[in-house]
Design a protein around this ligand. Structure first.
Ligand code: AHR
Length: 498
C-alpha cells in the first residue's frame, strides 16, 4: 500500500475561502436556459416558467454566484432584445453557436431566477460587437435608481428596485480568434480600460473582471495577460482564466494529472499579475477569476453534426463519467490551494450544457461531477491551511504528478478541520496520516467518499445514483494523529471536530 503524509499548522494559512469560488455559469447555449432553467409548459415549471426541480438541485449544490449570459454568446448579444414585453422581443441569429435565440428569457428573468436559486449574478457585457456605450447602459439599467432613461426603462419593465449587480465581466475570451469582435491584447486592454472606467463612473461599487487567456495553450498566453493588465490595471479587480480538460487519449493517469497543469496555470497568472503590479509600483493586487473550468470533450464529435439555425438544440451535452468526477474534485482542490488569489471560479456550466445537472421533459438528475462539487461547496468553507503533502509521484505528460491531491480547511466558527483528498492510484489504496496534535480533542465526525469500480461509470435518468457518495469508515485519530486508508481511485471528505 502506498503511504502519504499530510502536514498542516493552524497558524500557516493560505487564506479565507471566498465563497464565490463555488460559482457556476449559465450561457444562452444549447438547452442551458431553454429546457434547462426555463421551460414554459413543463410540469416542473413555476408561475414564471422556471423549473423548480432544477432550482432544488442547484440549491443543494450551494452555488453563490452564476455567470450570465455568456460565454461566446455575449460577444454578439444585445441585452435590450431580452427585456420588456415578451411578445415584442426579436428572434435573432446567434453567430457564436449558429442557432436562433428567441430572447424569451433575458436579464430580468435571470435576476428573478437567481433569487429562487439562492444565488447572485456575475454579469458579462458585450465587448465583441459592442463597447463602452453599451456597457454603460446595461450598468445604468441594472444598478441605478436616479430617474435616468435606462433606470426608468427597468422600472417600466416591472423592476422598481435596482438589481444591484456587483460583479461584471468585461467581455469573454477576447483573445480567441473564434470570438466575435476578437481583439489583439492591446486593443482589448484599451477597450477594457475605457469600458471599465465608464462602468465604474456609473456605479463605483462594482467589481470588474478582465479577460485573461482562453486556456494555457493559447499561443498568446503570457503576453496577453501582461499587455492587457498593463492597459487596464487601475480599472479592474480580477483577471480571468478558462480551462477545459479531456481524456481523448483514454489515458486516465494523464487525465487526472491535469491538476498539475492547472496548478502551473494559476501560479503563472499570479506571477504575471504581480509582475505588472511591480512594474507599475501599485499597492493593489489583481485577484483571479477562474470563471470557466470543467471537463469538456465527450460531446465534441456529436456537436459537429448539428444543423444551423435551430432553437435550443442538444449542444455540448457531455455525459460525465466517474473519472471526470475525480478530476473535478482535483481541480477544486487545486483552486482551494490558491485561495489567497483565486477569489471567483465558475464551473462551466450548470444545466444541460457541460453540466452537473441534466434535464428531460420527465425530470432532472445529477451527473457524476455534481457530487464532488456539492461536497466541496458545502463542506469547503473557512480558511485554507497550507497543506504539505508528502506522497509518491508518477510521470505524466504534465510532469511529475502526485498520487494524492489534498487540501485541508479549518473552520474556526464550527471548530472543525475538513480534509479533501483524491487518491489517483487506479490500483492500490493509499494510507494517509496527518498530525493533528494542535487540534486537541478532535475526533472523526464524518467521512464520505466517492468511488466506483468502473472509471467510465455514468449516471442516467433511469439510474441517477450509479455514481454517488457513500459513508466511509476506518478513519481514526489516535495520539493526535489521523490515519485513514483511501481506496484506489477515490475522492474523500473527512470532517474532524469535537
Ligand atoms: O462554456 C462553453 C464555451 O467555452 C464558452 O461560451 C466560451 O467562453 C468557452 O470557449
Amino acid at each position: 500500500m502506498k503511504k502519504s503524509t499530510i502536514s498542516i499548522d493552524k497558524h500557516f494559512v493560505v487564506g479565507d475561502v471566498d465563497k464565490r469560488i463555488y460559482g457556476s455559469f449559465i450561457e444562452h447555449l444549447g438547452r442551458a436556459v431553454y429546457e434547462g432553467i426555463y421551460q414554459p409548459g413543463s410540469p416542473f415549471a413555476d408561475e414564471q416558467d422556471l423549473r423548480k426541480d432544477v432550482v432544488k438541485l442547484i440549491k443543494e449544490l450551494n452555488v453563490p454566484v452564476v455567470r450570465y449570459p455568456g460565454g461566446n454568446f455575449v460577444s454578439g448579444y444585445h441585452w435590450e432584445d431580452g427585456v420588456g414585453p415578451k411578445a415584442e422581443r426579436p428572434e435573432k441569429i446567434d453567430l457564436a453557436w449558429n442557432v436562433i435565440e428567441t430572447n424569451q428569457f433575458g436579464l430580468n428573468e435571470f435576476m428573478d431566477w437567481t433569487k429562487k436559486a439562492d444565488t447572485t449574478a456575475m454579469m458579462a457585457v458585450n465587448l465583441g460587437t459592442r463597447g463602452a456605450e453599451d456597457a454603460k447602459n446595461i450598468v445604468e439599467y441594472c444598478n441605478l435608481d436616479c430617474g435616468s432613461y435606462y433606470s426608468n426603462l427597468r422600472k417600466k419593465h416591472g423592476y422598481e428596485k435596482p438589481h444591484d449587480i456587483k460583479l461584471w465581466c468585461l467581455g469573454n475570451e477576447m483573445d480567441g480568434p473564434w470570438q466575435m469582435g476578437h481583439k489583439t491584447a492591446s486593443e482589448y486592454g484599451r477597450t477594457a480600460a475605457e469600458a471599465g472606467r465608464i462602468m465604474k463612473m456609473v456605479d463605483p461599487s462594482i467589481e470588474l473582471v478582465a479577460c485573461g487567456s482562453s486556456s494555457l495553450t493559447m499561443d498568446t498566453f503570457g503576453t496577453w495577460e501582461d499587455t492587457v493588465l498593463s492597459e487596464c490595471y487601475d480599472q479592474v479587480d480580477y483577471l480571468s482564466l478558462h480551462q477545459y480538460y479531456g481524456n481523448q487519449a483514454n489515458n486516465t493517469p494523464d487525465f487526472l494529472a491535469n491538476t498539475v497543469a492547472m496548478d502551473k496555470f494559476i501560479s503563472s497568472v499570479i506571477s504575471i499579475c504581480d509582475a505588472v503590479k511591480a512594474k507599475k509600483r501599485k499597492n493593489k493586487s489583481i485577484h483571479l477569476s477562474f470563471d470557466e473550468w470543467n471537463v469538456w470533450y465527450h460531446s465534441h464529435e456529436q456537436d459537429q453534426k448539428l444543423e444551423r439555425w435551430v432553437k435550443a438544440p442538444h449542444q455540448l451535452e457531455d455525459i460525465y463519467n466517474f473519472e471526470d468526477a475525480l478530476l473535478v474534485a482535483g481541480m477544486m482542490i487545486t483552486m482551494l490551494r490558491h485561495a489567497d488569489r483565486v477569489k471567483v471560479a465558475c464551473l462551466a456550466q450548470l444545466v444541460n450544457v457541460i453540466a452537473p445537472i441534466m434535464t428531460s421533459d420527465t425530470g432532472a438528475w445529477k451527473q457524476t461531477i455534481y457530487h464532488p462539487f456539492a461536497l466541496i461547496s458545502n463542506y469547503g468553507r473557512g480558511t485554507v491551511l497550507n497543506t504539505i503533502v508528502d506522497t509518491p509521484i508518477y510521470e505524466s505528460t504534465h510532469g511529475d504528478a502526485p498520487y494524492l491531491d489534498c487540501v485541508c480547511l479549518m473552520n474556526e466558527e464550527e471548530d472543525t478541520v475538513t480534509l479533501f483528498a483524491v487518491n489517483k492510484d487506479l490500483e492500490s489504496p493509499m494510507e494517509i496520516t496527518c498530525d493533528l496534535r494542535q487540534f486537541s480533542g478532535y475526533r472523526v465526525k464524518d467521512h464520505v467518499m466517492l468511488t466506483h469500480s468502473d472509471l467510465k461509470a455514468i449516471n442516467t435518468e433511469e439510474h441517477p445514483e450509479n455514481v454517488a457518495p457513500v459513508k466511509a469508515d476506518g478513519a481514526k485519530i489516535e495520539n493526535g494523529v489521523l490515519t485513514a486508508v483511501l481506496c484506489d481511485k477515490s475522492f474523500h471528505v473527512i470532517t474532524l471536530g469535537k
